[in-house]
Ligand binder design. Structure first.
Ligand code: CP3
Length: 344
C-alpha cells in the first residue's frame, strides 16, 4: 500500500510528502457532478455504492495519497433526530433548530451501528474497492461545530444563537456538547472498525470563538474525545479552522496531526508545534484559481517553510472550491509529489 500518509501522520521517515485535499470528493470534478445530477446530496450520502464511487474519484483522477470517505459532518445531528436538508445555493438547513434545554434533554446519543450504519457500509465497501492502493480517512465534525449547525439551523456569519446560549445558558450548551462528544467518539471508533485507517475531526467554526472560550467550548471536548477513544494507534487529525492562536494547546490534546489553515506561515506553525505532532496544510484554497506555475511556486514555498524532515501532510488550508479547474488540482498534487523529495 502507498502508506506515505499514515507514515507522515506518525512522523516516520518518508521519501516524499504525502498530499490530499479537504473536500476532494466534490463538485469541481465533472464525474462527481454527473452522479450528483441523478441523486440528491443526502441520497448520495446514504447510498454506500454512490458514496464509495465518488470517494474513489479523486484517487483515480487526481492522484491523491489518501481517500476520504464521501459523507457529511451533519449525519450526526441527523442520527440524533435533528434532520437537515441540503438546499441548493443555500447549504444545509434544519427545520427544527435546537434552542431550549428541553430539546437538549430529549436528544439521544447517536448509535453508529444503527442510524449511521450506511456510513460504515460505505467505508467497508470503499476499503475493499481501494484494494490497499491508498489509506482511507473517516471523519466527524467537532462537538462545537456540530452544535453551531444544530442551534443556528443553517450556516451562519455571526453564530448569534449559539453564542447567546453560551452566555445565557452555558450549562445547557455543555449538556449538548457532552452528548455530541459521546456521539462523535462512538462514531469515530465505529469508522475505524469499519475500515478507516485514520480519522479527522473538522472543527470548522472553532475559530469564531475568543481564545479562552475556544479552549473551553471546543478544544476541551475534542481533548475528551481523543483521550478516551479506542483507536489502536490509528492516526487522529484535528483541524480547527481559524484557531492558530492556540496551536500549542491543540498539539497537546493527544492527536497525531494538527491541521492548519493558510493564515499562518508554515514556518511559524512548525516553530509553534515543534516536534510534538505532525502538521497538515496549508495552501490557501483560492490559489487553485492561479496558473499552474503559480500553484507550483506556492507548493515549493510551503515545502521550504516546513523545512527538512517528515511530519508534513500536504493539504489545502480548507476545502477545495467547487469551481476550480481540475487541471489545477492535478498540478497541485503533482507539484507536491515532484518537489517534495528534495526535502526528505
Ligand atoms: O472531503 C471530502 O471530500 C469528503 C466529503 C466531505 C463533504 N463534506 C462532502 C460535501 C466532508 C469531509 C465534508 C465536511 C463538512 N460538511 C464540513 C467540514 C469541513 C469544511 O469544509 O469546513 C462542513 C462545515 C460541512 C457542512 C456542509 N456540507 C456545508 C456547509 C456544505 C456546503 C453547501 C454548499 O452548497 O456549498 C455541505 C455540502 C457538501 N458536503 C458538498 C459535498 C461534496 C456539496 C454538496 C453538493 O454536491 O451539492
Amino acid at each position: 500500500m502507498n502508506d506515505l500518509f499514515l507514515k507522515a501522520c506518525k512522523r516516520a521517515d518518508v521519501e516524499r510528502t504525502p498530499v490530499w485535499m479537504m473536500r476532494q470528493a466534490g463538485r469541481y470534478l465533472p464525474e462527481y457532478r454527473a452522479i450528483r445530477a441523478k441523486a440528491d446530496f443526502k441520497t448520495m450520502c446514504k447510498t454506500p455504492e454512490l458514496a464509495s464511487e465518488v470517494t474513489l474519484q479523486p484517487v483515480d483522477l487526481v492522484g491523491v495519497d489518501a481517500a476520504i470517505i464521501f459523507s457529511d459532518i451533519l449525519v450526526i445531528p441527523d442520527a440524533m433526530g435533528v434532520h437537515f436538508e441540503m438546499v441548493e445555493s443555500k447549504g444545509p438547513t434544519f427545520a427544527n433548530p435546537i434552542r431550549t434545554r428541553e430539546q437538549i434533554h430529549d436528544l439521544p446519543i447517536a448509535d453508529p451501528e444503527k442510524s449511521l450504519k450506511y456510513v460504515m457500509d460505505a467505508l467497508s465497501m470503499t476499503k475493499r474497492a481501494l484494494n490497499r492502493r491508498v489509506p482511507l480517512i473517516g471523519f466527524s465534525g467537532s462537538p462545537w461545530t456540530l452544535a453551531t449547525y444544530m442551534i443556528e439551523g443553517s450556516g451562519s456569519k455571526d453564530f448569534k444563537y449559539t453564542k447567546q446560549m453560551m452566555l445565557n445558558d452555558p450549562e445547557g450548551l455543555k449538556e449538548l456538547l457532552d452528548k455530541l462528544s459521546k456521539s462523535v467518539r462512538l462514531y469515530l471508533e465505529a469508522q475505524l472498525a469499519a475500515g478507516a485507517d485514520a480519522v479527522q475531526i473538522f472543527d470548522t467554526w472553532g475559530g469564531t470563538l475568543a481564545p479562552d472560550y475556544y479552549r473551553r467550548f471546543s478544544l476541551d471536548y475534542m481533548f475528551n474525545i481523543v483521550s478516551t477513544m479506542h483507536r489502536d494507534g490509528s492516526p487522529v487529525i484535528v483541524f480547527s479552522k481559524g484557531a492558530n492562536h492556540s496551536l500549542r494547546e491543540i498539539a497537546e490534546i493527544g492527536a497525531d496531526v494538527v491541521g492548519v489553515d493558510w493564515t499562518i506561515d508554515m514556518a511559524d506553525a512548525r516553530y509553534k508545534i515543534g516536534e510534538r505532532v505532525a502538521i497538515q496544510g496549508n495552501m490557501d484554497p483560492s490559489f487553485l484559481y492561479g496558473s499552474p506555475s503559480k500553484i507550483r511556486e506556492e507548493v515549493k514555498s510551503i515545502l521550504r517553510k516546513f523545512g527538512k524532515g517528515t511530519g508534513h501532510v500536504f493539504n489545502l488550508g480548507h476545502g477545495i472550491f467547487p469551481d476550480v479547474p481540475v487541471d489545477h488540482a492535478k498540478e497541485f498534487v503533482r507539484a507536491v509529489k515532484e518537489e517534495s523529495p528534495a526535502f526528505h
